[in-house]
Design a protein around this ligand. Structure first.
Ligand SMILES: C[S@@+](CC[C@H](N)C(=O)[O-])C[C@H]1O[C@@H](n2cnc3c(N)ncnc32)[C@H](O)[C@@H]1O
Length: 359
């Protein structure tokens, strides 16, 4: 039998057609990654709480429209589009159920994303600043202040919808990131901790509940401090947790053993991040530690973290960094990185505790 030699080379034309086809078929094809309609439609569904209303029994479009204050014809057009992505599914009677992809739009889902996608929430509103990405890429500055008349954090503390959703979401996020705070580090060596930009107090509450010898001070804007004070009382740790209203760009309460910056440094420009770290370093002196709770950019989380990085750019002017870039940032503030404690082995957001001391 003679051997048949099969050439593996394809004619140039068919190879490029093949590559266009494979791009079109790929979930990362340009049309898919450039699609603005579906993400907006999902966020409108979240804001109108469509999945909650449907779960409560409002499956026909006129009732659904009445419950969420929408135009019935326009609402049907939204549902028809989202049904092609299985966010909702059309029923035999012409109404809609929540589809497999839409389950996380339900508020009662254990991994609910409803609040994060709600266009009035702290997160949905920040995401809308991406419409100014072109301007941010041109200038390197956030567009949120020009879009909303004030910087993001000022807007958040003066808006109950943003503030309440922020607190709810932080609680879930902190639940997850506090693993790295609680695990690894020997907290018995810390008597007093200052949580800088401590928000509603969720990370501190976890620490104070576990370590009864700890005394804590939380620094944040006055409106945020009130939330933290209420939460400390409700958690039964108010006798060991004081609050100091103020800005982290100003001098911090001195002499504590640890200064914690949890999810703060990535919310600021490099210049401002160094200013905050310098404030912590000066208050910590030669003996205190400066600690960061952050998710660094790694090879495995690059797609998620670079998306977050662009959100930071347009909304608050912040940035997401790798461990090496954090190390360089600490050096600019006169700090050296002693140790990192990897958080959890739960993949995407591998939060780390960075522990620094005076260089
Ligand atoms: C992403 S939140 C992190 C909250 C908290 N550390 C946590 O991990 O749950 C950032 C916090 O920084 C606070 N913040 C923003 N600018 C600030 C400033 N200039 N001075 C003090 N706190 C500020 C915000 O109010 C918010 O609570």
């Amino acid at each position: 039998m003679s051997e048949t030699v099969v050439s593996t080379r394809q004619p140039a034309q068919s190879s490029s057609i093949g590559s266009i086809r494979s791009q079109q078929n790929s979930q990362f094809g340009l049309e898919n990654v450039a699609n603005l309609v579906t993400p907006y439609a999902v966020r409108v569904a979240a804001t109108l709480r469509l999945a909650d209303h449907i779960t409560d029994g409002a499956t026909d479009v006129p009732t659904l429209a009445q419950r969420c204050g929408a135009n019935p014809k326009a609402l049907r057009r939204l549902l028809v589009h989202l049904a092609s992505y299985d966010v909702f599914t059309e029923r035999a009677d012409g109404g809609y159920d929540v589809g497999p992809v839409g389950q996380q739009l339900r508020s009662d889902h254990p991994m609910s994303m409803r609040v994060l996608l709600d266009l009035d929430s702290f997160s949905g509103k920040a995401d809308l600043s991406l419409s100014g990405l072109l301007e941010s890429v041109r200038t390197g500055e956030p567009v949120y202040p020009a879009q909303h008349g004030k910087p993001y954090w000022e807007d958040l503390v003066s808006s109950p919808a943003m503030g309440d959703s922020f607190e709810t979401a932080l609680d879930t996020i902190v639940n997850f990131s506090s693993r790295s705070l609680l695990r690894g580090y020997d907290w018995s060596t810390v008597k007093r901790i200052v949580d800088v930009g401590g928000g509603s107090g969720a990370p501190l509450i976890r620490l104070l509940k576990k370590y009864e010898h700890l005394q804590a001070t939380l620094v944040d804007f006055p409106q945020m401090i009130e939330r933290a004070r209420r939460n400390f009382e409700a958690a039964g740790v108010a006798d060991r947790a004081s609050v100091t209203p103020g800005s982290y760009f100003d001098p911090l309460p001195p002499g504590a053993d640890a200064y914690l910056l949890s999810e703060v440094v990535d919310q600021e420009s490099e210049e401002n991040a160094v200013r905050i770290l310098r404030r912590c370093a000066e208050a910590a002196g030669d003996t205190g530690k400066v600690m960061l709770l952050q998710t660094p950019v790694t090879k495995s989380n690059r797609a998620v973290m670079t998306a977050l990085d662009l959100r930071m750019l347009t909304s608050v002017g912040g940035q997401e960094l790798s461990v090496e870039q954090y190390r360089e940032l600490f050096a600019k503030a006169g700090l050296k990185l002693d140790t990192t404690y990897p958080a959890s082995n739960i993949t995407t957001f591998s939060v780390m505790l960075f522990v620094c001391s005076a260089a």
